[in-house]
Design a protein around this ligand. Sequence first.
Ligand code: PEP
Ligand code: MG
Length: 910
Amino acid sequence: MTVQEKAGDKYVYDFAEGNKELKDLLGGKGANLAEMTNLGLPVPPGFTITTEACQAYLATGREPDGLAGQIETHLEALERGMGRRLGDPQDPLLVSVRSGARFSMPGMMETVLNVGLNDRSVEGLARQASSADPDSSGSADRFAWDSYRRLIQMFGKTVCEVPGEQFEHALDEAKRAKGTHDDLDLDADDLRGLVETYKKIFAGHTGREFPQEPREQLDLAIRAVFASWNAERAILYRRQERIPADLGTAVNVVAMVFGNLGPDSGTGVAFTRDPGSGAQGIYGDYLANAQGEDVVAGIRNTVPLQELERLDPKSYRELLDIMARLEGHYRDLCDIEFTIERGKLWMLQTRVGKRTAAAAFVIAGQLVDEGLIDLDEALHRVNGAQLAQLMFPRFQLDHDFAPVARGIGASPGAASGAVVFTSARAVELAAEGRSVILVRRETNPDDLNGMIAAQGILTSRGGKTSHAAVVARGMGKTCVSGADGIEVDVPAKRFTVGGHTVAEGDVVSIDGTTGKVYLGEVPVMPSEVVQYFEGSLDPAHVDNALVRAVHRIMTHADGRRRLAVRTNADTGPDAARARRFGAEGIGLCRTEHMFLGDRRELVERLILAATDAERTDALAALLPLQRQDFVGIFREMAGLPVTVRLIDPPLHEFLPPLEQLAVNVAVAQERGEDVAKEEALLAAVRRMHEENPMLGLRGVRLGLVIPGLFAMQVRAIAEAAVAVTRDGGTACPEIMVPLVGAVQELETVRAEAEKIIAEVVGDSGVEVLIGTMIEVPRAALTAGQIAEAAQFFSFGTNDLTQMGWGFSRDDVEGAFFWRYLELGIFGISPFESIDRDGVGRLIRIAAEEGRAARPGLKLGVCGEHGGDPDSVHFFHEVGLDYVSCSPFRVPIARLEAGRAAIETAGSDSR
Ligand code: PEP
Ligand code: MG
């Protein structure tokens, strides 16, 4: 006996013994069959073998002790209840053997129907069918032989791995011989012949005869269902859906009922509301004279469920009653499988049904109206990923559009436009009113204008935190990054992909949700939910169930959440949009984004300054521009906190790339042109070149090395705050120092900043906080010291992940994360969702030690994780005060912060 097996373990439950709460043990199907049985609904009798039995089988390769005996006992009870014995030659009981795991894994595992049929009981089944309806003796024979051939086919395929095509081929042959395409035209003799052929196929493949002993059939079928948990497709599905690999499946053994007994029999599926839109009503399909797998296989065309009212009004009415009862009982949309056997309705399955994102919101709202659930429950039943889906424009892919390449869905949405390869060309074509897609190997800060002008961005390199991805997300612009099937040739103004050449001006379409790239224009639909957030759709006046439901649930989330939600924004317009989306401040204003465009020249002057005077001049020229930037943002945020981060990236990012510059200089020298300025620039670029710029001269290091740089920014922030206050407004600036690893760095910057602030704010009443990012692991580990010098911490989880894992944030996702995901080293990129165990631990330590040193220390997060649903729950748990994310993710963070609050409240009260 192994650890999995304990003497006296109960491995088999009669349907009457279970209930819907026992999904872990009985699987979803078994638990719900038990629930329906106990509700008194017409469920064929049966029993469930537990997931624990499956786990034990998979661990040891054999059934756990006691299982066989328990199956025997429950089978006998089933036989007694039905008044028939399994496989009895005269009057056989037949059973189905169905998988059913904790989480639904549609079509991934196995089912065997009609277990109990053999060469003798097939005759008994025919007699049984004809005695129930003496007029149908011909069709009863047909039915029995059809059931038998289905058993051999399913059993052969599932239990003995006989290739399914061999059976299908034989069935096609039989139909061809008969001159028909329809299974129903095969009569009892044809099917008897087909059974012989199937048996030969079975024996040919397995080296043994098809088993005639019913109990052997049953045991082998149960084992095959257990084993199907580890079928390749099931493993892949679980990985994709993040279903744990060790749950195992339950097995349901159910008395067969037959939908293929004639025109007054049939089978169908039904939904209690429309799973596509959430609309109330009855949705489903029905197929007369068929077994369940015929519907799935699409062998014959189904009819809409409403047709059943005409075909069998009594069963239809009963079905509607049951559906209403199930909805009331489960307090949710249910999906249902049923069979009608000669006018008698049987429920074969029910579960809380899958639905689209729109339906999830609409149904949650409806159920509140109907008094079935409260608003907390409604909030719990939707999520940020669904809201995100609803916020992006979508392609209408009703035509046959096949993608030509696939990259990383870096910033969701759908965009079509003419391909351009440079930022300048993007701006030109956009000015002509054309929609453009900017295609680059990767983007850099120089591309910003082109990115603003473009409808979407496509790169062949880079991951989810590459420049293109982060900036595009910030703008709410569609971006596919790292589409490495694409070869970009900028000088030739074209890219090639899978044998196609796409030249400048050709139209492509990119889907930033799926990462797919299409040639030509795919039509796009705008999002109503964004129109609502933007304020152009008023939920009180619009007849749109989705908008009303989103409004109601968002309002509830806002009332419940503890985390504040801020935004990452660097411009007045971005800040204004984020406020409309519900942002309660700015958690990260990246000031380096303000040094682009026509200010580059000034930055170049600053970098190239040979003397103190030249540098002071350049900084003096930048000061009023920066002041103007901050005035714009403070005005937009009207008294809400604004965290301004002092400049972060390496300065050489503002200079032309080394190789390109070296070539230009060499060519110009060859031509005898005056290149003194370019040579100076080249020398500066060479001087500043770093092998690992992400770990080089950036952030606070830059501020400590270039005199006057941070001072200029601090002065501009303080002056802007004072100017806004003098105009009657309110400004709440928070100056944030990036990349701090040691308290001494912060203390040095702070001492200088405090002097400037005191001088500028005077008695204006303006208060300026000074805090730091925690994005270097050393800062997290010395947070107690750093908190002495910081009025707030903001976790820069992009860099904290980069440096915590040692993963270059610009390279690794495209380079090798696929392998890490495949190996299960992580289930999702740690740049996308916070790695709770490692990076998350650094955050916990910093939060605890920071607050121990300075009680009430304000804590936020401003890395990309601030808008990731799962990470928001983590930040709630750790006790942060706010999350900050790109404007488009603000509603998602609000929703998830509300969900996190009710979930914690729920677990506290348990
Ligand atoms: C971070 O590192 O998480 C952060 C917000 O800073 P940036 O992305 O600008 O490096
Ligand atoms: Mg950073």
